[in-house]
Each structure stands twice: as structure tokens, then as C-alpha cells.
Design a protein around this ligand. Sequence first.
Ligand SMILES: NC(=O)c1ccc[n+]([C@@H]2O[C@H](COP(=O)([O-])OP(=O)(O)OC[C@H]3O[C@@H](n4cnc5c(N)ncnc54)[C@H](O)[C@@H]3O)[C@@H](O)[C@H]2O)c1
Length: 551
Amino acid sequence: MAREIKTVGVVGLGTMGAGIVEVFARGGFTVIGVESTQEYAERGRGILQASTDRAVAKGKLDEAGQAEMLGRISITTDYADLAPADLVVEAVPEIMSLKHEVIGKLEDVLSEDAIVGTNTSSLSITEIAAPSKSPGRVLGMHFFNPAPILKLVEVITTPMTDPEVTETVRSLAAGLGKKPIVIGDRAGFVANYLLFGYLSTAMRMYESGHVSREDLDTAMRVGVGLPMGPLTLMDLVGLDVCHHISDVIYGHSRSPLHAPSTMLERMVLAGRLGRKSGRGFYTFAKPGSGQVVDDELTPTPAGGRDVESVAVIGSGALADELVTRFEDGDFVVTHVTDASGDLSGLGSVDLVVEAQDEDVDDETAEELRDVDDLFAELGEVTSPGTVLATANTYSAVALAAITGRPEDTLVLRLHAPTPNGQVVEAGRTIKTSQETVDTVRTVIKRIGAEPVVCKDRTGLVVDAMLVTHLNDAVRMLDEGYASAADIDTALKFGLGYPAGPFAMIDQLGADEVLAVAEELYSGSGGFQTHLMPSPLLVEHVLLEEPFTGGE
Ligand SMILES: NC(=O)c1ccc[n+]([C@@H]2O[C@H](COP(=O)([O-])OP(=O)(O)OC[C@H]3O[C@@H](n4cnc5c(N)ncnc54)[C@H](O)[C@@H]3O)[C@@H](O)[C@H]2O)c1
């Protein structure tokens, strides 16, 4: 059903257009690039030269290959030069009237059956195509930045798109080594729709003082293994662009998940646009620079009290792992495997971590020390200044009341390592002292992990962010918008995730994900409807059915 494409046109040679020209030229196509002025045409040529120079410097392309590739590209300001093109992709700025104007000009010069693709991120493809004389040949061909590197191409159809046009573009993208997914026209498509729900959650957390910007970014980059944290990503994309796309998505979804952030709006109004303006969530060396410099929010080195001796209470995998980690960090470790007896021997330790195995059968559970009772005794036998922590899912507030030493009490959560490292979260109450927090930060660094400190709320940072995001992906699947495989492809190859959301759910266990989702929802008092676990997630848990075929 697909026809052969030989010559491709690209209109607008800015950030995306220049990258798209490169993708097609590398794929062996003859490419005609069109810009609005001679000056911008030269700039577009400069971007292509610099990008291919980098590829040569990295040994990915030889000089003869570069010359051959650049020889396939012609750059012009005259739309008439596009006449031989079998496909034209427009990448002009995100303004509906401009998109219409460009498509009108293309219709004047292109052959009747040439295909017109738009690279828009947030405008409706249907609205772009509707005034066209032949809307059947118009569709979305959405590349991701940087186009030569990210493999996802969202091929977006409207109710008018000719299926043969869709198949031609899909197979063309696949032939270029891309990962195309074919989807209908909906605000944000797959990748941006899910991404902006996630970014909204991040902004709400940051705005409410739940966690610092640095810890929030560390939680997702190191704790989940994403390429960068959400606030770093927004600074890179541009806060004005984020604000615009969020608005478009909220305009369609009306979900509280996408509700506009007051903080984001204020930052944009104040000209804090991220890297490009030199200031966003972070401060940069100068506008356009990626180098983060210190500002008034930059944390000072942690410090805290000296910790030499640590006690780990409990037997099982979690307790054993903690013992090993503390030993590797050169702490003197007391491992209390049976907590039923007298704990007065712990009088001189600097840190106690309770890590009794929660996943034991009922018979063994009876032998476990009741946590309330245990922490009441720990509060008495240890000296003030000894940090009292649990690595289990108890509430820090409840434990603080029991120990009678709220300033020394917090919760810890150890996450599995990712290729970016390992996170240990520390959930504090309003009474946990800064000195205790600093002490724990230093201890976590000493065992080779990255600390993330936040308020003690359900899911702390990593689980609250990730599970909300995963639940949103399941909701999208349940709505029938895209398949699990396509959603996984979108986030893996468009956003650089180590695995797609469904692969992650299967890896973590759908039941674990559901348990956190239920807690998050009930913790919101049922008001945050977007936190409600997707019925499809419940169904997969009850029927023990993996999302990805279990690989
Ligand atoms: N930047 C991204 O990360 C990104 C990612 C995916 C999709 N997009 C989408 O791609 C499109 C382009 O975005 P961008 O970031 O490359 O913008 P950009 O501003 O970097 O580039 C747009 C280019 O279009 C040129 N142009 C303007 N009017 C023109 C006309 N009438 N004819 C020919 N050229 C014209 C401009 O001179 C400019 O070089 C937008 O629809 C955007 O939503 C952007």
C-alpha cells in the first residue's frame, strides 16, 4: 500500500527543520529545504554543516560521506523549487495561520498526489488539514528533538487522511531507521500528552515545597533512570513552550492532572524561560548556556552529626542489603535479627534503621516485634541525637509520636539501582530537625547512594511521580488511543526512557503499582480523580495478565 518517495521537501530550517533535513539526507533522499529569507536559509545551512561536522569528528560519518550527504541537499527561499517533491514536511513556528499559509503555498506548487506532513507539537492536525483542497494527503509527521538522534516519529492521522498516505509515511519513517507509531489526532498525541501530565505532577510537588528542585530531579534521573529530571527538562524545552503545550492539553483533557500551574505562568511572565533566557527553575551561566550556576536556592553541603555506628533491626532481604551497604560504607554495624529481647545494647549507636520483613507469612509475622512497641523502646534506650528510622512503609508522623523524639525520627526508602545510580529517599515530618536531615543525607552519600529528602507523604517522590505517570499511561491504553506497544515505543524512543511504562509496570509488578496508586488516591481524599487507579490496571492485577507479554 506504500508508494515510493524519492524527493523530500522541508519547510522551515530552524531547530526541528534542519534536523529533519539531515535525517532524510542521511537516508539517501534528495532534499529541498525552504526558508523564509536568504539569511535564515544560510543559518539553516550552517546548522546542517555544524551537525554533520560533529558526526565526522565523532567518527560516525567520513568526510566523503558528509560531502555526498550535503550534496543531496539544496536550500532555497522559493517554494516553486519544491515542485519535484513527493513529500513535504513543514516545520515552521507553531502558529495556526502560518501553517495554513504554508499549506496553501504548497498546494500551488506540488503535484496532486504529493504528501504534506506537519511537524506540529500541539496544534490540531485536523484543523491544519481542514481548509486544504485535498486534506486526504495531509497528516502529522512529528519528529522529536534532536531529530537525527531520537527515533520516535508520531504519524498522526485525521478523519480525512488517506490510508495509503499514512502507510507510505509510516514505512518511509521505518526505512529511515525510525520507530514510527500511527495514532489519531488528539492534543499532545502520545508522548507529549503523557509527558506533560508527568511534568504537571512535578511542578505541583515543587510548588508545594514537598521537595527541592535538585532532589526532585535526582529522584527521577537516578531513582527511575530517566535521562534527566523534570525541572531540568523543562528548562531545556523552554518554559514558554511548556506553558503553551500544557494549556493546549488541559484545554482538551480538563483533567486535574493537567491543571495549569500558577508558578509556571508567573515564571513565563517574569521572563524566566529556562536555558534560553539564562534563568528558569535553575540559573545558567548566560542565556543559551547549559551550565548551571549557583543561586540563592542552591543547597549548601549537608554536614550534620558524626555517625560511626549503625544498628539494623530485622531479618530478610531489605535488612541484609542495608547491613551490607552500611558495612561497605565503613560504619560499625550491629545487626539485630531478633528484636524481641532487650534493646538496651543499642544505647550508644548513632543511627537505628528498622527493616523487619513485611512480606512474611502470618505465623512468622506473629514473631515480629510490633513496630509501635519497638519504636517506643528505641525512644527510651537510645540517646537524644540518635537517628531513628524505618525502611518500611510506616508513617514518620506516627513513629515520631511513638518515639517521643520527633526531631530524630524519619522514614527511609531504598530504591533499586538504575544505570544512573541509586536513590535513598528520606521522608521528614515538620518536627524532624535539620541536623537529623543533614546527618542522614551524609550517611546516604557514604553508602554510595543519592539522597532525596521530602515531606513524608504517600509515595514520597519516586513512587508518587512514577505511579501517577504509569497510571496515566494505562488510562490512555484503556481509552483506546494507542496500544501498549506504541505507548512504550513513544516514551522509550521519544523521551529516552530506559523502558516504556508498560514494561516498567510488568517489571515492578502491576500489583505493587496498583497498591501505591490506591494509596495515592485515598491519600487525596478521593478528590484528585486523576489519581484514581485505572480500572484496566485493576483488571490486569486481578487476572494476573502482564501488559507486555511478559518479556
Ligand atoms: N523545538 C522542538 O523541540 C520541537 C519538537 C517537535 C516539534 N516541534 C514543532 O516543530 C515546528 C518548528 O519548531 P522549531 O522549534 O523548529 O521552530 P524554529 O523557530 O526553531 O524554526 C522555525 C523556522 O521556520 C522558519 N519560517 C518561518 N516562517 C516561514 C515560512 N513562511 N516559510 C519557510 N520558513 C519559515 C523560520 O525562519 C525558522 O527558521 C513547530 O510546529 C513546533 O511545534 C518543535
